[in-house]
Ligand binder design. Structure first.
Ligand SMILES: *[C@@H]1O[C@H](CO)[C@@H](O)[C@H](O)[C@H]1NC(C)=O
Ligand SMILES: *[C@@H]1O[C@H](CO)[C@@H](O)[C@H](O)[C@H]1NC(C)=O
Ligand SMILES: *[C@@H]1O[C@H](CO)[C@@H](O)[C@H](O)[C@H]1NC(C)=O
Ligand SMILES: *[C@@H]1O[C@H](CO)[C@@H](O)[C@H](O)[C@H]1NC(C)=O
Ligand SMILES: *[C@@H]1O[C@H](CO)[C@@H](O)[C@H](O)[C@H]1NC(C)=O
Ligand SMILES: *[C@@H]1O[C@H](CO)[C@@H](O)[C@H](O)[C@H]1NC(C)=O
Length: 371
């Protein structure tokens, strides 16, 4: 009998990692965020997407109107009131490190709509199949004094800079009508989802905001309706949702309605092994920052496989000069327990995170040679 000596030699070649724009950055929640021109960033709601070494930050600009004094900016809840003006655009800022932001102009302009209206909560994703950038936003068409039901609009662009061109001002494919806040989420396989609220009795003033998640079509410009909807889950009277994924667990995070409220809103975490649920309630993260969530950003850290998660919220009614566009943003890094639950978010005046925007890395090489 012949014996073959097989010697396995494993050669592990260390990955060559060249990290540009990496390192520990400190971000303050108490100093106004200024862009590289020195202007306070007028960007609220929205989301951030890392693409080709740059973070693209899309959000609504509300302008420098005077907010009503007091605990709620919603005492002027009518078209033209501060926070409800008909000229909100989608601003774009870019950064290599989440700290220094450059204003790139308006990625979408309200003046490009046929009917003006009030724009809230834009969210943007690039579509890997169509190579288009796709923007959804909440739109309340207005003829002047009145406002009709809130609906979702979609616009697309060949580049993240825009200008995004309107595809529809009223998405009709959704499982539920009378929609409210929204956010988009892209899974690692390229599938995308919208998490959004609706008011099932059909009036925008009814506080019956209910949350669900729905899959988007392949091109992201519509949704797949009831058979691809999670069904309502979690608490009622909720808004300002966000989704993210960590270690194969899907997280949906949202809190009680807070119409431009100074108090802010605590958020509850719901998790599932599938993006369309079923979701189970994990825990509440508190409201130490007195902010209302607009997004959770997943970012790379300089450990080759590491990710961090940044919670981002609006501190309504917080501008020292009372100008809406100067309201503060409150961000805080999220931390996790072994079981995947998110730890209570203590207040942080500032924090330091390790952020990488660009990695040129050769895959770790492992060759087995038979001798
Ligand atoms: C970031 O800070 C951590 C903890 O203080 C430190 O271990 C690490 O070396 C720092 N990273 C860089 C790139 O400076
Ligand atoms: C962030 O990146 C910019 C260049 O893109 C650099 O000028 C700035 O110093 C960086 N900020 C920090 C805190 O590292
Ligand atoms: C939106 O853009 C228009 C220009 O198209 C500008 O006149 C308007 O002031 C902008 N709105 C805000 C709130 O900045
Ligand atoms: C928008 O579409 C919905 C159906 O999804 C419809 O009920 C509503 O009337 C439409 N709104 C407008 C302004 O056309
Ligand atoms: C929040 O603060 C408490 C009390 O100081 C501390 O025990 C806990 O570890 C902190 N949580 C986080 C996520 O840092
Ligand atoms: C961060 O906050 C702490 C506590 O409020 C403060 O002592 C420190 O000076 C701040 N650091 C920066 C860089 O703003």
């Amino acid at each position: 009998m012949m014996h073959t000596n097989v010697i396995l030699i494993s050669i592990f070649l260390t990955a060559i990692v060249n990290t540009a724009a990496c390192g520990n950055i400190t971000i303050s929640n108490v100093v106004p965020r200024r862009d590289t021109d020195g202007n306070i960033m007028d960007i609220h709601d929205g989301n951030i997407f890392l693409y080709d070494g740059l973070f693209y930050y899309f959000g609504a600009s509300y302008g420098l109107c005077q907010e009503p004094p007091g605990p709620s900016g919603c005492s002027v809840w009518h078209p033209g009131g501060c926070g409800f003006q008909l000229n909100h655009n989608v601003s774009l800022y870019t950064s290599t490190n989440l700290s220094d932001w450059t204003f790139r102009g308006y990625a979408f302009q309200m003046s490009s709509m046929k009917t003006p209206g009030i724009l809230f909560r834009p969210s943007v994703l690039p579509n890997p199949k169509t190579k288009k950038w796709v923007m959804w936003f909440n739109f309340l068409p207005s003829s002047g004094t009145g406002v009709s039901q809130s609906q979702f609009a979609v616009a697309i662009s060949d580049t993240p800079h825009g200008p995004f061109q309107l595809v529809t001002d009223n998405v009709t494919s959704l499982a539920w009508d009378n929609t409210g806040d929204l956010n988009l989420f892209q899974d690692t396989n390229g599938d995308a989802y919208i998490i959004y609220t609706s008011h099932i009795d059909g009036t925008i003033y009814n506080p019956n905001h209910l949350m669900s998640v729905e899959k988007l079509s392949d091109d992201y410009t519509s949704s797949l309706g009831k058979s691809f909807n999670s069904g309502f889950f979690g608490e009622t009277f909720v808004e300002a949702p966000s989704m993210f994924k960590r270690n194969e667990i899907y997280y949906a995070v949202f809190g009680q309605c807070c119409c431009y409220c100074k108090e802010g809103s605590g958020v509850t975490v719901y998790t599932s092994s599938s993006p369309l649920g079923p979701y189970k309630t994990m825990n509440n993260l508190g409201n130490e920052g007195h902010a209302q969530q607009f997004n959770v950003l997943q970012y790379r850290t300089s450990s080759d496989t590491g990710y961090g998660y940044l919670w981002q919220g609006n501190q309504w009614q917080s501008a020292p000069d009372g100008l809406k566009g100067h309201d503060f943003n409150y961000w805080t890094p999220m931390s996790f327990n072994q079981d995947g639950s998110v730890r209570y978010m203590n207040y942080t005046a500032n924090f330091t995170i390790d952020v990488v925007s660009k990695i040129h890395s050769n895959r770790p090489l492992s060759h087995h040679f038979k001798i």
